[in-house]
Design a protein around this ligand. Structure first.
Ligand code: ADP
Ligand code: ADP
Length: 239
């Protein structure tokens, strides 16, 4: 599970085309790294996959569920709106600036979504949160406040939080750009560990070394378009 199909997706802000006819197939369990200059549409694409952003045209499918628009002749038909919430629960999102709830402890940050969606009892949610903290190496920080953690630790908590709903897909939007250089490695290592777990990952990053080492698929965007796509070797080793 976790197959993402993106077909002919466009999105404009006024007259500015942030995404211009983007199509992409992301097989289950694959790791895709999206590279490209600032303003090339990378974040807009991630937000579209998670339906934080409505597309103007095209569709995005995760496993069976289609969301977006389909063109028939001159007309656009909107597809299944009500599948959106269901589908979003299957997609984790990790932001550049961690976005932890500052008034909740580390453990409370992780159990918030499973409790809100009534997926687990409090006892089970806490047990699962502690397991997730163990996997990101922060079991001992369960009762800490986010502001008392380093940026790298906060981002690892954000990853544990994204995992709490058992997503099929996790989207990372520049997960290491806000970190001091010495903290980048621990977050990339956590993502590498996830890459082996069978979850479909999409990572917007400028970390070329990470792309070479981990990506099955590298996508290079310029001005809202995909201009290169292939294995890390194909895209990054051009003469
Ligand atoms: P990237 O992630 O590659 O830096 P973005 O997807 O954030 O690029 O943005 C692509 C372009 O779309 C940028 O020029 C940005 O200013 C513009 N943009 C993004 N969101 C909005 C918005 N809500 N309203 C207007 N323009 C936007
Ligand atoms: P990124 O770090 O991905 O490049 P940006 O700084 O471009 O992000 O955008 C941050 C937020 O501001 C996004 O939610 C985006 O939609 C919004 N945004 C970006 N550019 C514009 C714009 N020109 N007008 C309105 N909102 C914008």
């Amino acid at each position: 599970l976790g197959h993402i199909s993106i077909a002919g997706v466009s999105k404009s802000y006024g007259r500015f085309k942030a995404l211009d006819d983007v199509s992409l197939e992301l097989p289950p369990g694959s790791v895709t790294v999206i590279l490209g200059p600032s303003g090339s549409g990378k974040s807009t694409l991630l937000r579209a996959i998670n339906h934080l952003e409505r597309v103007d045209e095209g569709f995005i499918r995760i496993d069976g569920d289609y969301i977006g628009y389909r063109r028939k002749g001159n007309r656009l038909y909107e597809l299944k709106e009500k599948a959106i919430l269901k589908q979003r629960i299957g997609v984790g999102y990790v932001f550049q600036n961690f976005n932890l709830f500052p008034h909740l402890t580390v453990l409370e940050n992780i159990i918030e979504a499973p409790l809100a969606h009534k997926q687990l009892s409090r006892t089970d949610a806490e047990r699962r949160a502690l397991q997730l903290l163990e996997t990101v190496g922060l079991r001992h920080k369960a009762d800490a406040w986010p502001r008392h953690l380093s940026g790298g630790q906060q981002q690892r908590v954000a990853i544990a939080r994204a995992l709490a709903l058992n997503p099929k897909v996790i989207l990372f939007d520049e997960p290491t750009s806000a970190l001091d250089p010495e903290l980048v490695g621990e977050v990339l290592d956590t993502i590498k560990q996830l890459a082996r777990s069978g979850t479909t990952l999409v990572v917007v990053t400028h970390e070329i070394g990470f792309a070479r080492e981990v990506a099955d698929n590298v996508v290079f965007m310029v001005e809202g378009k995909i201009v290169e796509q292939g294995s890390a070797g194909q895209v990054l080793n051009q003469p």
